[in-house]
Structure formats: C-alpha cells, structure tokens
Design a protein around this ligand. Structure first.
Ligand SMILES: *[C@@H]1O[C@H](CO)[C@@H](O)[C@H](O)[C@H]1NC(C)=O
Ligand SMILES: *[C@@H]1O[C@H](CO)[C@@H](O)[C@H](O)[C@H]1NC(C)=O
Ligand SMILES: *[C@@H]1O[C@H](CO)[C@@H](O)[C@H](O)[C@H]1NC(C)=O
Ligand SMILES: *[C@@H]1O[C@H](CO)[C@@H](O)[C@H](O)[C@H]1NC(C)=O
Ligand SMILES: *[C@@H]1O[C@H](CO)[C@@H](O)[C@H](O)[C@H]1NC(C)=O
Ligand SMILES: *[C@@H]1O[C@H](CO)[C@@H](O)[C@H](O)[C@H]1NC(C)=O
Ligand SMILES: *[C@@H]1O[C@H](CO)[C@@H](O)[C@H](O)[C@H]1NC(C)=O
Length: 512
C-alpha cells in the first residue's frame, strides 16, 4: 500500500497530533476525511425551513381522472424506500377527437420544504432524449446514477423547491405516442402548450401557479421557444411563467459553440487530454489558419466593439478543413477509450449506466434499461409496448428543425419578459463549450444593449458553505453561471451548485 505522503504533509499542518503518530494515513482516517467532505457538500445549501418537516406536501386533485395516474411510491422497482406521492402517464396534446399524439409525464408534489405556489417543468434535449434521464440522474427525488448499485434519495432534489413536472417531448421521444410531425420549434412549443392545457384539466389545482421552464443541451433551444410561445399567447396555458433555466444550452451555430473554443479548451485541460506534442502542434497550426486561435481575445471584449463575425468562410458548422472538434474527439479516444464528451475527466473503465447512455453502450449493457423494464412501465402507467431508449431512434423533426438558433430569434424577448433568466454552463463539458457560450452572449442584444458590458470576474460564483466554484455575472435580467468541474449535465455532476442556481431563479435567494 502506498503511503499518502502528499495528504500527510497537509494533515501535518492541520492536525499535527493525529498525523505525527500515524506515519501513514489509515484507511479509517482517509474515509473520515472523505465522509466529512461529502457531509460539507450535503449540508451546504439545502433550503432549511423554520418549521419542522411534516412530510411531502401531497396535493388532493379533485378531478377523479387524476387518480388513474397516481403512482404508489412504495412500489417502484429496485427502489427500497417510499418516493412519496406522484402522478404519471400519457396525456394527449389536444382534446380533438382522434388525437393520437400523447406525451408521457411524471409529476411530483413539493417536498416538506418546497413551495406550493410554483411549478418547475424540466425537459432534456437531444433532440429526442427523454426527460426521465433528468428525473433519475439529475434532479428528481430519487436517483440511480452511473456506476452505482441501486437508487438512493436525492438530497438535492428540486422537489425541495416546489412541484416538479417531467415531460418526454416532443412527440417521438421516450414513451410518447403518435407520429412526429414537428417542422420547427414553434410546432414543438404548440404541442407542449396543448399538453399543458390537457394536463391542467386533470390536475386543475395547479392552475395559476408560477411556472419555471428548465432544461439542458438541446433544450437550450426548446425552452426559449416554449417560453416565447407562452409569453406571446398568454391565454392558452393557465400558469404564470416567471423565468427559465437553460444549462449547457444549444443557443447558436456549432462553429461558435464547438469549433472556435475547442483548441483553447484542450490547452486549458492539457494534462487531461494527454495529447502528444506533435498532435498539439498540428492542432495549434490548424486553429491559427482557421481563425480560431485569437478569436476569443480579439472579439470577446466587454462591452463588445460591434457584431462578432463568423470565422473563415462563414460556414456555421465549421470552416472548410477546420473541423478541429472532431480531430480532438478522435485523438482523445485513442489515448482514453472512455473519453466522455459530456465530462472530460472520465477515464477507463466505462461505468455501467442503468439508462444506457452516455455512461455505457447498448451492446455491452448487461441489464435491461431501467425504463424499458415491464415492471417499471407498469408501475408508472407507461405503455408496455414501447421499447424505451434514453435518446429516441425516431427523428423527432422528420425534415430537420427549421427554426433559427434561439440567440438569433426568441431568446432576447424571453429574457425581456422574464423576471430572471439563468444560463448555466459546466466547465468540463466538451460537447458544448462554455467559452463558445460567452461568444454567443457577447453577440446577442437584449434589453437595449449588446452583450455584457463589464467582464465576467473569476471566482465570482460562491456556493454557500463551500466557496468559489466558478463564475457568475448578471446584466439586464440575464444571469450567466460557469460551474467548475461540472460536465454537461449540471444537476447531475454538480447538484449543490444547480440547487443554489434554482433558488436564485425562483426568487428564494436575492443573489446568485
Ligand atoms: C396522496 O393523495 C392521494 C389522493 O390525491 C392519495 O390517494 C394518497 O394516498 C396520498 N398519499 C399520501 C402519501 O398521503
Ligand atoms: C377542448 O378544448 C378547448 C380549448 O382548449 C375548449 O374550449 C373545449 O371546450 C374543449 N372541448 C371539450 C369537448 O372538452
Ligand atoms: C430534499 O428531498 C429529499 C428527497 O425527497 C429529502 O429526503 C430531503 O430531506 C429534502 N431536503 C430538504 C432540505 O428538504
Ligand atoms: C453575430 O450576430 C450577427 C447578427 O445576428 C450575425 O450575422 C453573425 O453571424 C453573428 N456572429 C456569430 C459569431 O455568431
Ligand atoms: C500523436 O497523436 C496523433 C493523434 O492521435 C497520432 O496520429 C500520432 O500517431 C501520435 N503520435 C505518437 C508518437 O503517438
Ligand atoms: C481568470 O482566470 C483565468 C484562468 O482560468 C486567467 O487566465 C485570467 O487571467 C484570470 N483573470 C483575471 C482577471 O485574473
Ligand atoms: C416577478 O415579477 C412580478 C412583478 O414584478 C412579481 O410580482 C413577482 O413576485 C416576481 N416573481 C419572482 C419569482 O420574483
């Protein structure tokens, strides 16, 4: 066994007596240190109530149809604790006779300290990825995370904030029914608004609640369009939209969010990528000739000096011969077969994932995908006939998504109409890169001006009870966060940071 000499020298300063005796850190001491660290995070910033708990805030729904959706919280397969009351199943997107399109939802009332005045809606992205991933591995009341043996209670469940509604959308995703026909984001928004109307007929006690729309990745496109639709058609959905959360969001062109920042990203994490010197030199030369290497320094100024140009030939995917993102991905897989574009710190072996993505691959998955099990489907009123996969094999936009990226269309209006808007980015995410999102924001005009006018300060995001964990910056109704060490799925990889950001969005705290 190795002696933990580095740790030992630290503990010699902090706890001289204990460490001087033990010339080598004991297993017990090591575990105690880790347990203490876990405890520090666990208790850092969960909302504390002034009155003692009292259990989940069960809601009595008077419409008898609601009881058809009731889920028995004690009989969720593999979950050996009571997840509390919840409701799930399929509901159509309109009340037209013969409507075949239905979306699958799972609704949770607030936990003991959550608010009854609010409703948080969560969707994953893709397009075509199931929001049940968010439920089981990001922010739901029970969690079954990658590489773990069984489900556990999530201390940072967003049900601790308010009611929480997961919807698998658009049509074509997860358990949803019917033929995908969406041509663009307005179709998606109209479908979901239709679903909300049907949902609120059954769960009418939720009418009039304050609504927050949240999601990640491609939901960075869905959510602004859905919010815009609701703001522009205020009589359709009987909920009071307050604001949105989008994390590691698709907001703009790939060249901006993937290509321009890719080589800078490699340099920032040079020891993690572990590329050889000649490949690094090749990357640098390519980034230089493609107009990527000095882009950030030249154009990302506070305030911006004008509109930001597209590099090279103006191609929105990547300039010709300039696809450095794929070069990096291919080379990363050579040295690290477990390389994970969603969190670059992953190394061999690939951890087993009960949802089969992105943690492990379908052909090596030894057990059935959790939501594809018949007992699970039955417990949550899901159609047994559907072969569930996390990210649908069906194209949810049969002819592509005809909408412009939201930074060029609806996002400014949504920020202007919302109380608060949060855009969040994990700094260890390679599929969408934070520096690219900074470019997007500096090129966007909202509330009368372009971009941020003062620089984003280092160490400005302070997680309660922990300390600096990235950056945050607010101007004109938009708050941007960057979270150190977090991959693409921020509520999964940094649940404490995510929880604090949601508290800010919902007005449960004054500062980010
Ligand atoms: C919650 O309410 C439903 C009716 O809306 C009821 O059937 C159920 O037993 C309640 N559950 C708990 C845990 O109180
Ligand atoms: C169908 O929905 C519309 C509006 O959403 C409503 O006006 C109408 O009464 C509903 N029809 C039925 C039969 O429920
Ligand atoms: C948060 O939610 C979990 C799961 O429902 C619960 O066990 C925990 O006590 C809650 N924490 C707080 C502070 O409300
Ligand atoms: C910046 O915005 C302008 C105007 O919408 C657009 O023409 C240009 O392509 C954008 N630049 C980038 C880098 O996205
Ligand atoms: C360096 O990395 C590149 C890209 O993966 C590879 O093609 C090349 O063979 C590597 N060189 C050495 C010496 O391993
Ligand atoms: C902020 O941190 C980065 C490294 O992450 C560094 O390059 C930069 O100089 C720092 N900025 C300031 C103003 O200190
Ligand atoms: C949003 O703004 C409205 C009007 O200013 C206010 O009444 C409401 O309380 C605000 N909501 C939140 C969550 O801050």
């Amino acid at each position: 066994m190795l002696s933990f000499s580095k740790i030992l020298s630290v503990c010699a300063v902090g706890a001289a007596l204990i460490c001087a005796e033990a010339r080598q850190m004991s297993k017990e001491h090591l575990r105690a240190k880790q347990a203490e660290a876990a405890q520090r995070w666990e208790s850092s910033n969960t909302r504390r109530s002034k009155v003692a708990g009292g259990g989940v805030k069960n809601i009595t729904f008077t419409n008898p149809k609601a009881s058809e959706f009731y889920v028995d919280g004690t009989s969720i397969p593999e979950v050996d604790f009571d997840i509390g009351p919840s409701w799930s199943g399929l509901l159509p997107i309109s009340n037209k006779t013969g409507e075949k399109r239905e979306l699958f939802f799972w609704f949770f009332p607030p936990g003991p300290e959550g608010s009854l005045d609010d409703l948080v809606f969560w969707t994953n992205g893709g397009p075509g990825c199931s929001s049940l991933e968010g439920l089981l591995q990001e922010n739901g009341p029970f969690q079954w995370n990658v590489g773990t043996a069984k489900p556990i209670v999530n201390q940072h469940s967003w049900t601790n904030l308010s009611s929480l509604l997961y919807v698998e959308q658009p049509v074509g995703t997860g358990f949803s029914q019917g033929k995908p026909e969406a041509k663009n984001e307005n179709d998606v928004a109209a479908e979901l608004a239709g679903f909300f109307v049907q949902f609120l007929e059954v769960f009418s006690e939720l009418k009039g609640k304050k609504l927050y729309l949240t999601g990640e990745s491609y939901a960075g496109t869905y959510v602004p369009y859905i919010a815009n639709y609701i703001y522009e058609n205020p009589t359709i959905v009987d909920l009071k939209l307050q604001g949105i959360w989008i994390s590691d969001p698709s907001l703009s062109w790939d060249v901006v969010q993937e290509q321009i920042p890719a080589v800078n990203f490699v340099h920032k994490y040079e020891n993690v990528f572990a590329f050889n010197q000649s490949f690094l030199a090749e990357l640098d030369a390519k980034a230089k000739s493609c107009g990527y290497s000095d882009y950030f320094e030249k154009y990302v100024t506070y305030p911006p000096k004008g509109l930001l140009p597209l590099p090279g030939d103006g191609n929105v995917e990547s300039a010709k011969g300039c696809d450095v993102w794929d070069d990096i991905f291919n080379a990363a897989l050579v040295v690290n077969p477990a390389f994970n574009i969603y969190r670059i710190f992953d190394t061999y072996p690939v951890l087993w994932d009960v949802l089969g993505f992105p943690g492990s691959f379908p052909d090596i998955q030894e057990s059935p995908l959790y939501f594809d099990r018949e007992d699970v489907k039955k417990a949550i009123h899901a159609p047994v006939s559907v072969d569930w996969t996390e990210c649908s094999n069906i194209n949810v936009f049969p002819d592509g998504d005809g909408s412009l990226p939201p930074a060029f269309s609806v996002l400014p209006n949504v920020i202007e109409k919302s109380n608060r808007t949060v855009i969040v980015h994990g700094l260890a995410d390679f599929i969408l890169i934070a520096e690219g999102t900074r470019i997007v924001l500096q090129n966007m005009t909202w509330n009368g001006a372009q971009g941020f006018h003062t620089p984003i300060a280092n160490d400005s995001f302070i997680v309660d009870g922990v300390g600096a964990l990235g950056t945050t910056h607010t101007e004109r109704g938009l708050t941007y966060f960057e979270v150190e060490l977090s991959g693409h799925m921020v509520p999964q990889y940094s649940p404490v940071a995510a929880f604090q950001i949601m508290q800010y969005l919902m007005g449960f705290r004054d500062s980010p």
